[in-house]
Design a protein around this ligand. Structure first.
Ligand SMILES: C[S@@+](CC[C@H](N)C(=O)[O-])C[C@H]1O[C@@H](n2cnc3c(N)ncnc32)[C@H](O)[C@@H]1O
Length: 298
């Protein structure tokens, strides 16, 4: 398959052909990405030096990655790597593949807590790969954080990512049902809950339904089950002046606003993502927080 002259150019030609034959768009580009991973070479080197020889072990590793991609495994799942907030994260089958939409929550943290030296106590409910918590700890060097997940496999990945990003000394991870096991209060609560209605999961793109863990997607009969569990617990978890940033599924803003009001909370605002979809509910304890509202407008 990829036999013959084992140079960068030769293996790329064969891989691009195989991926295109499997219906993968941008087959050559994806083949290059997979080769950077398999051979430890930069994209620039791969493009500039087609005649560079490749070690048989790199070729074998590359062939295995190409075969998985030809089988329609997403590139991030095939390589086990995902960039989020310009940081490198390890992912595996126990965690949701972090989405760019979720970066809206990190952007909102920067507006809500503009002081980079703020010693924030951060809680991330349903931490998965740890992407949200660790991106915030990266941006706020005096913050400390707790990541909670019900999945031990996800927590192992989050711990690995904390070590990889040299943030482990400021992060701890707890296996629990949302915030139930926690007794402290937090300045910032982050949460990207499972919010797909159970019956809609099968109809998601194969790259999602076939690879993201069901526990990371399934929001119950109407997609809102996790919000109904998490929001009523926020008055207990938020410190005075604290803020919760909760990710929303497309079209869920009005229902989550109602759950927030029913929980005695103050929905301060809703941030849109780059596609202009209402993506992040900004929630505080009861009482208008005019300063926070102003900061969110800038
Ligand atoms: C949509 S994923 C978000 C993962 C990560 N925060 C991100 O944004 O990529 C939801 C996460 O919630 C976790 N989860 C689901 N039910 C939970 C529960 N009852 N208690 C704690 N975590 C839960 C899942 O294991 C999954 O990691």
């Amino acid at each position: 398959m990829l036999a013959g002259a084992d140079t960068v150019g030769a293996v790329l030609d064969r891989a691009a052909q195989r991926l295109a034959g499997a219906g993968i768009e941008r087959a050559r580009h994806e083949a290059r990405l997979l080769l950077t991973h398999a051979a430890g070479l930069s994209l620039a080197r791969i493009i500039a030096d087609a005649d560079a020889p490749l070690a048989p072990s790199a070729v074998a590793c590359f062939e295995a990655l190409v075969a998985r991609r030809a089988n329609h495994g997403p590139v991030s799942r095939v390589t086990g790597e995902r960039e989020f907030w310009s940081l490198g994260f390890t992912i595996n089958s126990a965690v949701l593949d972090p989405r760019p939409d979720t970066e809206t929550l990190v952007e909102t943290v920067l507006s809500a807590f503009p002081d980079p030296e703020a010693p924030l106590a951060v809680l991330d409910l349903g931490t998965g790969s740890g992407c949200l918590l660790l991106a915030v700890l990266h941006e706020r060097p005096r913050a400390t954080g707790t990541g909670v997940d019900i999945s031990p496999g996800a927590l192992a990945v989050a711990e690995e990512n904390a070590a990889r990003l040299r943030l482990a000394s400021r992060a701890r991870f707890v296996c629990a049902h949302w915030g139930r096991a926690l007794s402290g209060r937090f300045d910032l609560v982050l949460c990207n809950p499972p919010y797909v209605a159970s019956a809609d999961i099968a109809a998601l793109a194969p790259e999602v339904a076939g690879f993201d863990p069901r526990v990371a997607l399934d929001g119950g009969p109407d997609g809102l089950a996790a919000y109904r569990e998490i929001l009523p617990d926020l008055p207990r978890l938020l410190a005075p002046g604290g803020v919760a940033l909760i990710e929303l599924g497309a079209g869920q803003a009005a229902q989550v606003a109602q759950i927030s009001a029913d929980s005695g909370l103050n929905l301060v605002g809703i941030r849109r993502d780059l596609a202009s979809i209402e993506r992040c509910a900004v929630i505080a304890l009861d009482g208008v927080n005019g300063n926070l509202k102003k900061r969110l407008e800038t």
